[in-house]
Write a protein that binds this ligand. Sequence first.
Ligand SMILES: NC(=O)c1ccc[n+]([C@@H]2O[C@H](COP(=O)([O-])OP(=O)(O)OC[C@H]3O[C@@H](n4cnc5c(N)ncnc54)[C@H](O)[C@@H]3O)[C@@H](O)[C@H]2O)c1
Ligand SMILES: [Zn+2]
Length: 274
Amino acid sequence: MKPGLDLSSIVVLTGAGISAESGISTFRDAGGLWEGHRIEEVATVEAFERDPMLVWKFYSRRRINAARAAPNLAHEALVEFAAENPGVMSLITQNVDGLHQRADGREVLAPVCMHGSLHQSRCTHCGSTYFDDFSYFDDEGNYAPGQTNLCDLSQRSSPEYLHHYKLEYAKFLPLSPCCRRPLRPHIVWFGETPLHLPRIDTLLKKAKIFLSIGTSGVVYPAAGFIQVAKAMGARTVCINKEEIPQAADIDEFIQGSATLKVREFLSSLGSRNG
Ligand SMILES: NC(=O)c1ccc[n+]([C@@H]2O[C@H](COP(=O)([O-])OP(=O)(O)OC[C@H]3O[C@@H](n4cnc5c(N)ncnc54)[C@H](O)[C@@H]3O)[C@@H](O)[C@H]2O)c1
Ligand SMILES: [Zn+2]
């Protein structure tokens, strides 16, 4: 029990581990490989320029897999806490799977998606973003556009939603409605700068509790957030299945699975704040 714990601002950072129990592989589970390709071969600008079809096959598969998955108890526990404690929690996620949003029908905990979103695409020419939940290729890699459930109803009815039948294609690859140039997944690839960094910086500075969940602590800049939050005076807590390299900056390490430990930790906050 920690009497007087300051609960005015809890900043949560999530990584692939929070979605592992929903059946979405972390990079490590996948051995860093997809169909014999190193992830770097399908998740860089160079890869897209070299072989855009391979990249769209990879992201079509990821859209299909994410759409088949459902949010788990850890995603839900965060939303419940945010609903019960309005204005206290902020969420930064490295995940692109949309599970945080799908756990949050009432929109009480909109995540800052620093690595983009699987259910969006972007014009390679002007940078316009669109809602796009189509898998352009099927599991076998055949051209077979199909709608997934990654976009919600409001996104589907927005003018920014890409209906596949309205799109033009070049060599089976979708072109942007704005410039008729290739569309790419709205994902931050290796070597690209994460999104929303100024906003994240503001959040880290005001954090009283910084909670890291299911992230390996090796992908920067996210891996440095614990240290920044700690330096700014936050109490730092980490929930993960295994230890992470930032041990020196972690005040409380909780080893275990996210579905169990996130709820446990959040319910303990009320009793500690006495
Ligand atoms: N779901 C997704 O959207 C997804 C999936 C794979 C990779 N990615 C991307 O991978 C990059 C890699 O960084 P990362 O740190 O997020 O992932 P990572 O794969 O490097 O690490 C995942 C961490 O979660 C832990 N973990 C696994 N299962 C867990 C569980 N059930 N409960 C608690 N912890 C668990 C692992 O021990 C590991 O430390 C990020 O840029 C992210 O965008 C995202
Ligand atoms: Zn454009």
